[in-house]
Design a binder for this molecule. Structure first.
Ligand code: ADP
Ligand code: MG
Length: 248
């Protein structure tokens, strides 16, 4: 896809994260613009999840800054919860609430935070269930769903907050192979609506086809970033060349 580049949504400036002596992120700088779909790839343990989780302060940076919609969210004085509402997150392990129905899962955040009345949230949930192809699962409990269905519900739940950006951390890695496609398809449709997305993934086909930009992280740094065509056809960094030779 081509980037229909809008205004800058996220500005990451010299981001660092250290766990004790382990410098996991070592100066990450990048801007993410409205409508971009950024695929983040890299070896296991290279800091991809830490990077993604830093974007909504699930990990608190030990250096650098993150500006979201112009606000420095790393400033301790900022009310992070207010900004987090605009940042949807989808995890590898779905993280659905097992004792709530599918529809209750989707309605929970907007209703609890007082952003929608029950009725509005209910209508929104039904609309989203239709969008992720599960209109008949409103009253089902998560345990009765397949992994692919659970992840589609997790995506619908994140969308219920009308986020300005959605973060995905290996959303298909916990799925049986036959269910990967249905989740990637929903994500592709979401990208086509213009949603800004940052996706940590091992799905190189998705990165190539759907992303507007691919970032390679290794040793806590962005080693290379480019349009998918250039990124895969002409990787420059030797570490990226080696990584691609293993995964493609
Ligand atoms: P990736 O997602 O690329 O596999 P992660 O961001 O999960 O990598 O992890 C990068 C490094 O940070 C690893 O060495 C990991 O052990 C370490 N790490 C991640 N989270 C924590 C944590 N909460 N406490 C201590 N170390 C962590
Ligand atoms: Mg990870």
């Amino acid at each position: 896809m081509t980037a229909n580049k809008g205004k800058v949504l996220l500005q990451v400036q010299g981001l660092e994260k250290k766990f004790d002596d382990n410098q996991v992120l070592d100066g990450i700088t990048t801007d993410i613009c409205q409508g971009e779909v950024v695929a983040v790839i890299g070896p296991s343990g290279s800091g991809k999840s830490t990077f993604l989780r830093s974007l909504n302060l699930l990990e608190v940076p030990t250096g650098g800054k993150i500006l979201f919609e112009g606000v420095d969210i790393t400033d301790p004085k900022v009310d992070i919860n207010r900004h987090r509402q605009k940042i949807g997150m989808v995890f590898q392990q779905f993280n659905l609430f097992p004792h709530k129905t599918v529809k209750e899962n989707i309605m929970l955040a907007p209703v609890t935070l007082g952003l929608m009345k029950e009725e509005e949230a209910s209508e929104k949930a039904e609309e989203l269930l239709a969008r992720v192809g599960l209109p008949d699962k409103a009253d089902a409990y998560p345990d009765s769903l397949s992994g692919g269905q659970k992840q589609r519900i997790a995506i619908a739940r994140a969308m219920a907050m009308n986020p300005d950006v959605m973060l995905f951390d290996e959303p298909t890695s916990a799925l049986d192979p036959e269910m990967v496609g249905e989740v990637l398809e929903i994500m592709k449709e979401l990208a086509q609506t213009g949603m800004t997305m940052v996706v940590v993934t091992h799905e190189m086909g998705f990165a190539r086809e759907v992303a507007t930009r691919v970032i390679f992280i290794d040793e806590g740094k962005i080693q290379e970033e480019n349009t998918p065509d250039e990124f895969f056809a002409h990787p420059k960094n030797p570490r990226l060349q080696e990584f691609l030779s293993k995964v493609l």
